[in-house]
Design a protein around this ligand. Structure first.
Ligand code: AP5
Ligand code: MG
Ligand code: ZN
Length: 215
Protein backbone atom coordinates (compact mmCIF):
# COMPACT_ATOMS: atom_id res chain seq x y z
CA UNK A 1 0.00 0.00 0.00
CA UNK A 2 1.27 3.48 -0.90
CA UNK A 3 -0.28 6.49 0.82
CA UNK A 4 0.25 10.23 0.80
CA UNK A 5 -0.41 12.32 3.90
CA UNK A 6 -1.29 15.80 2.70
CA UNK A 7 -1.73 18.70 5.08
CA UNK A 8 -0.38 22.01 6.36
CA UNK A 9 2.53 22.33 8.82
CA UNK A 10 1.52 20.82 12.17
CA UNK A 11 -1.43 18.88 10.72
CA UNK A 12 -0.02 15.69 12.23
CA UNK A 13 1.53 14.06 9.14
CA UNK A 14 4.66 12.90 10.94
CA UNK A 15 2.76 11.73 14.02
CA UNK A 16 0.35 9.60 11.98
CA UNK A 17 3.05 8.36 9.60
CA UNK A 18 5.04 6.92 12.52
CA UNK A 19 1.90 5.17 13.80
CA UNK A 20 1.26 3.71 10.33
CA UNK A 21 4.84 2.41 10.25
CA UNK A 22 4.14 0.51 13.48
CA UNK A 23 0.66 -0.75 12.59
CA UNK A 24 1.09 -1.55 8.89
CA UNK A 25 4.80 -2.04 8.39
CA UNK A 26 4.98 0.74 5.82
CA UNK A 27 8.10 2.85 5.28
CA UNK A 28 7.84 6.57 6.15
CA UNK A 29 9.20 8.84 3.43
CA UNK A 30 9.40 12.30 4.95
CA UNK A 31 11.22 14.74 2.67
CA UNK A 32 11.45 17.13 5.64
CA UNK A 33 13.25 14.48 7.74
CA UNK A 34 15.51 13.56 4.80
CA UNK A 35 16.44 17.19 4.22
CA UNK A 36 17.09 17.76 7.94
CA UNK A 37 19.37 14.70 7.88
CA UNK A 38 21.23 16.21 4.90
CA UNK A 39 21.58 19.52 6.80
CA UNK A 40 22.92 17.70 9.88
CA UNK A 41 25.37 15.69 7.74
CA UNK A 42 26.58 18.88 6.01
CA UNK A 43 26.11 17.50 2.47
CA UNK A 44 25.94 19.83 -0.56
CA UNK A 45 22.14 19.45 -0.66
CA UNK A 46 21.97 20.14 3.08
CA UNK A 47 24.07 23.31 2.82
CA UNK A 48 21.80 24.73 0.13
CA UNK A 49 18.59 23.64 1.86
CA UNK A 50 19.31 24.97 5.34
CA UNK A 51 18.55 28.69 4.90
CA UNK A 52 15.52 27.95 2.70
CA UNK A 53 14.08 25.58 5.31
CA UNK A 54 14.84 27.85 8.27
CA UNK A 55 12.77 30.64 6.78
CA UNK A 56 9.96 28.24 5.79
CA UNK A 57 10.26 28.29 2.02
CA UNK A 58 10.20 25.27 -0.28
CA UNK A 59 13.36 23.57 -1.47
CA UNK A 60 13.45 23.21 -5.28
CA UNK A 61 11.38 20.52 -6.97
CA UNK A 62 14.50 19.15 -8.62
CA UNK A 63 16.20 18.44 -5.28
CA UNK A 64 13.25 16.77 -3.56
CA UNK A 65 12.23 14.74 -6.62
CA UNK A 66 15.83 13.51 -6.83
CA UNK A 67 15.80 12.46 -3.17
CA UNK A 68 12.51 10.55 -3.55
CA UNK A 69 13.56 8.93 -6.81
CA UNK A 70 16.75 7.56 -5.22
CA UNK A 71 14.84 6.37 -2.16
CA UNK A 72 12.23 4.51 -4.25
CA UNK A 73 15.01 2.40 -5.76
CA UNK A 74 15.85 0.87 -2.38
CA UNK A 75 14.63 -2.71 -1.74
CA UNK A 76 12.47 -1.92 1.33
CA UNK A 77 9.98 -0.03 -0.87
CA UNK A 78 8.22 -3.24 -1.96
CA UNK A 79 5.98 -3.36 1.13
CA UNK A 80 4.65 0.15 0.58
CA UNK A 81 5.31 3.69 1.71
CA UNK A 82 3.74 6.66 3.39
CA UNK A 83 4.71 9.89 1.71
CA UNK A 84 4.86 12.53 4.44
CA UNK A 85 5.35 16.08 3.14
CA UNK A 86 5.82 15.02 -0.49
CA UNK A 87 4.52 15.92 -3.03
CA UNK A 88 4.11 19.61 -2.21
CA UNK A 89 3.75 21.16 -5.67
CA UNK A 90 1.94 20.11 -8.84
CA UNK A 91 5.30 19.44 -10.51
CA UNK A 92 6.21 17.08 -7.64
CA UNK A 93 2.82 15.34 -7.92
CA UNK A 94 3.31 14.74 -11.65
CA UNK A 95 6.86 13.52 -11.05
CA UNK A 96 5.68 11.10 -8.36
CA UNK A 97 3.00 9.66 -10.67
CA UNK A 98 5.67 9.06 -13.31
CA UNK A 99 8.15 7.54 -10.86
CA UNK A 100 5.56 5.16 -9.40
CA UNK A 101 4.47 4.05 -12.84
CA UNK A 102 8.05 3.48 -13.97
CA UNK A 103 8.75 1.36 -10.87
CA UNK A 104 5.51 -0.63 -11.19
CA UNK A 105 4.03 0.81 -7.99
CA UNK A 106 0.53 2.22 -7.42
CA UNK A 107 -0.83 5.03 -5.30
CA UNK A 108 -3.72 3.81 -3.12
CA UNK A 109 -4.95 6.87 -1.23
CA UNK A 110 -4.14 10.50 -0.60
CA UNK A 111 -5.25 11.47 2.88
CA UNK A 112 -5.95 15.14 3.35
CA UNK A 113 -5.53 16.13 7.00
CA UNK A 114 -7.83 19.13 7.40
CA UNK A 115 -7.01 21.57 10.13
CA UNK A 116 -7.42 25.03 11.53
CA UNK A 117 -4.66 27.67 11.39
CA UNK A 118 -4.76 28.58 15.08
CA UNK A 119 -4.58 24.92 16.11
CA UNK A 120 -1.55 24.56 13.82
CA UNK A 121 0.48 27.40 15.28
CA UNK A 122 0.08 26.00 18.78
CA UNK A 123 1.04 22.51 17.60
CA UNK A 124 4.18 23.69 15.83
CA UNK A 125 5.48 26.08 18.48
CA UNK A 126 4.95 23.46 21.24
CA UNK A 127 6.62 20.59 19.40
CA UNK A 128 9.87 18.89 20.40
CA UNK A 129 11.55 15.78 19.07
CA UNK A 130 13.70 13.02 20.55
CA UNK A 131 17.31 13.42 19.37
CA UNK A 132 17.77 9.64 19.58
CA UNK A 133 14.90 8.14 17.59
CA UNK A 134 13.01 11.14 16.16
CA UNK A 135 9.79 10.49 18.09
CA UNK A 136 7.70 13.68 18.13
CA UNK A 137 6.22 15.19 21.29
CA UNK A 138 4.22 18.24 22.30
CA UNK A 139 4.46 20.25 25.50
CA UNK A 140 0.67 20.08 26.01
CA UNK A 141 -0.77 17.43 23.69
CA UNK A 142 1.77 14.62 23.76
CA UNK A 143 4.07 14.67 26.77
CA UNK A 144 6.48 11.81 27.41
CA UNK A 145 5.48 9.66 30.44
CA UNK A 146 8.61 10.86 32.28
CA UNK A 147 9.44 14.52 31.68
CA UNK A 148 12.38 15.01 29.31
CA UNK A 149 12.81 11.26 28.61
CA UNK A 150 11.74 9.60 25.36
CA UNK A 151 9.06 6.89 25.82
CA UNK A 152 10.37 5.00 22.81
CA UNK A 153 14.14 4.88 23.34
CA UNK A 154 14.94 6.37 26.76
CA UNK A 155 17.01 9.23 25.31
CA UNK A 156 17.00 12.39 27.41
CA UNK A 157 18.11 14.85 24.72
CA UNK A 158 15.14 16.57 23.09
CA UNK A 159 15.49 19.05 20.22
CA UNK A 160 13.40 21.78 18.63
CA UNK A 161 13.34 22.43 14.90
CA UNK A 162 14.91 25.68 13.66
CA UNK A 163 11.72 26.43 11.66
CA UNK A 164 9.33 25.89 14.57
CA UNK A 165 8.95 29.57 15.43
CA UNK A 166 5.93 31.68 14.61
CA UNK A 167 7.57 33.64 11.79
CA UNK A 168 8.76 30.59 9.82
CA UNK A 169 5.49 28.85 10.56
CA UNK A 170 3.53 31.70 8.91
CA UNK A 171 5.72 31.41 5.80
CA UNK A 172 5.25 27.62 5.73
CA UNK A 173 1.50 28.04 6.05
CA UNK A 174 1.38 30.62 3.24
CA UNK A 175 3.43 28.30 1.03
CA UNK A 176 1.03 25.48 1.85
CA UNK A 177 -1.95 27.50 0.64
CA UNK A 178 -0.09 28.81 -2.39
CA UNK A 179 1.76 25.76 -3.69
CA UNK A 180 0.47 22.64 -1.95
CA UNK A 181 -3.28 23.08 -1.44
CA UNK A 182 -3.95 22.83 -5.23
CA UNK A 183 -3.02 19.16 -4.80
CA UNK A 184 -6.31 18.64 -2.94
CA UNK A 185 -8.18 19.35 -6.18
CA UNK A 186 -5.63 17.44 -8.25
CA UNK A 187 -6.06 14.21 -6.26
CA UNK A 188 -9.80 14.71 -5.95
CA UNK A 189 -9.99 14.79 -9.74
CA UNK A 190 -7.90 11.61 -9.90
CA UNK A 191 -10.33 9.90 -7.47
CA UNK A 192 -7.76 9.14 -4.77
CA UNK A 193 -8.52 11.87 -2.21
CA UNK A 194 -9.82 10.96 1.27
CA UNK A 195 -10.23 13.59 3.99
CA UNK A 196 -9.94 13.33 7.75
CA UNK A 197 -10.43 15.86 10.54
CA UNK A 198 -6.88 16.60 11.67
CA UNK A 199 -8.05 18.75 14.60
CA UNK A 200 -9.30 15.67 16.46
CA UNK A 201 -7.19 13.92 19.13
CA UNK A 202 -4.26 11.82 17.90
CA UNK A 203 -5.99 8.42 18.48
CA UNK A 204 -9.14 9.62 16.81
CA UNK A 205 -7.25 10.81 13.72
CA UNK A 206 -5.60 7.36 13.54
CA UNK A 207 -9.05 5.72 13.61
CA UNK A 208 -10.29 8.00 10.82
CA UNK A 209 -7.23 7.16 8.69
CA UNK A 210 -7.69 3.43 9.25
CA UNK A 211 -11.33 3.78 8.24
CA UNK A 212 -10.56 5.56 4.97
CA UNK A 213 -7.66 3.36 3.89
CA UNK A 214 -9.54 0.11 4.46
CA UNK A 215 -12.79 1.40 2.92
P1 AP5 B 1 8.33 19.21 6.93
O1 AP5 B 1 9.28 18.60 7.86
O2 AP5 B 1 7.54 18.35 6.05
O3 AP5 B 1 7.41 20.21 7.75
P2 AP5 B 1 5.88 20.67 7.58
O4 AP5 B 1 5.17 20.29 6.35
O5 AP5 B 1 5.93 22.14 7.88
O6 AP5 B 1 5.12 19.84 8.60
P3 AP5 B 1 5.51 19.53 10.07
O7 AP5 B 1 6.53 18.47 10.13
O8 AP5 B 1 5.77 20.82 10.78
O9 AP5 B 1 4.09 19.02 10.60
P4 AP5 B 1 3.46 17.56 10.70
O10 AP5 B 1 2.20 17.59 9.89
O11 AP5 B 1 4.43 16.48 10.44
O12 AP5 B 1 3.05 17.57 12.24
P5 AP5 B 1 3.50 16.64 13.47
O13 AP5 B 1 2.93 15.28 13.32
O14 AP5 B 1 4.93 16.78 13.76
O15 AP5 B 1 9.14 20.24 5.98
C1 AP5 B 1 10.04 21.16 6.55
C2 AP5 B 1 10.69 22.00 5.44
O16 AP5 B 1 11.44 21.13 4.56
C3 AP5 B 1 9.73 22.74 4.51
O17 AP5 B 1 9.32 23.99 5.05
C4 AP5 B 1 10.58 22.88 3.24
O18 AP5 B 1 11.53 23.90 3.40
C5 AP5 B 1 11.32 21.55 3.20
N1 AP5 B 1 10.59 20.52 2.45
C6 AP5 B 1 10.13 19.32 2.95
N2 AP5 B 1 9.50 18.62 1.99
C7 AP5 B 1 9.56 19.38 0.86
C8 AP5 B 1 9.06 19.21 -0.45
N3 AP5 B 1 8.37 18.09 -0.81
N4 AP5 B 1 9.30 20.19 -1.36
C9 AP5 B 1 9.98 21.31 -1.04
N5 AP5 B 1 10.48 21.55 0.20
C10 AP5 B 1 10.26 20.58 1.15
O19 AP5 B 1 2.64 17.36 14.65
C11 AP5 B 1 2.97 18.66 15.10
C12 AP5 B 1 2.85 18.72 16.62
O20 AP5 B 1 1.51 18.54 17.02
C13 AP5 B 1 3.66 17.66 17.37
O21 AP5 B 1 4.16 18.24 18.55
C14 AP5 B 1 2.62 16.56 17.68
O22 AP5 B 1 2.95 15.89 18.88
C15 AP5 B 1 1.34 17.37 17.82
N6 AP5 B 1 0.16 16.68 17.31
C16 AP5 B 1 0.08 15.92 16.17
N7 AP5 B 1 -1.18 15.48 15.98
C17 AP5 B 1 -1.94 16.01 16.99
C18 AP5 B 1 -3.32 15.93 17.33
N8 AP5 B 1 -4.18 15.23 16.58
N9 AP5 B 1 -3.73 16.58 18.45
C19 AP5 B 1 -2.86 17.31 19.23
N10 AP5 B 1 -1.53 17.40 18.95
C20 AP5 B 1 -1.07 16.77 17.84
MG1 MG C 1 6.45 16.45 9.90
ZN1 ZN D 1 13.55 8.46 21.30
Amino acid sequence: MNLILLGPPGAGKGTQARLLVESRGLVQLSTGDMLRAAVAAGTEVGKKAKTIMDRGDLVTDEVVIGIISDRLDEPDMKGGAIFDGFPRTLAQADALAELLERKGLTLDSVIEMRSDDEVLVERVTGRFTCAGCGEGYHRSFKKPAKEGVCDKCGESKMVQRADDNEESFRTRLLNYYKDTSPLVGYYHAKGSLRSVDGTAEIDDVTKQINAVVTA
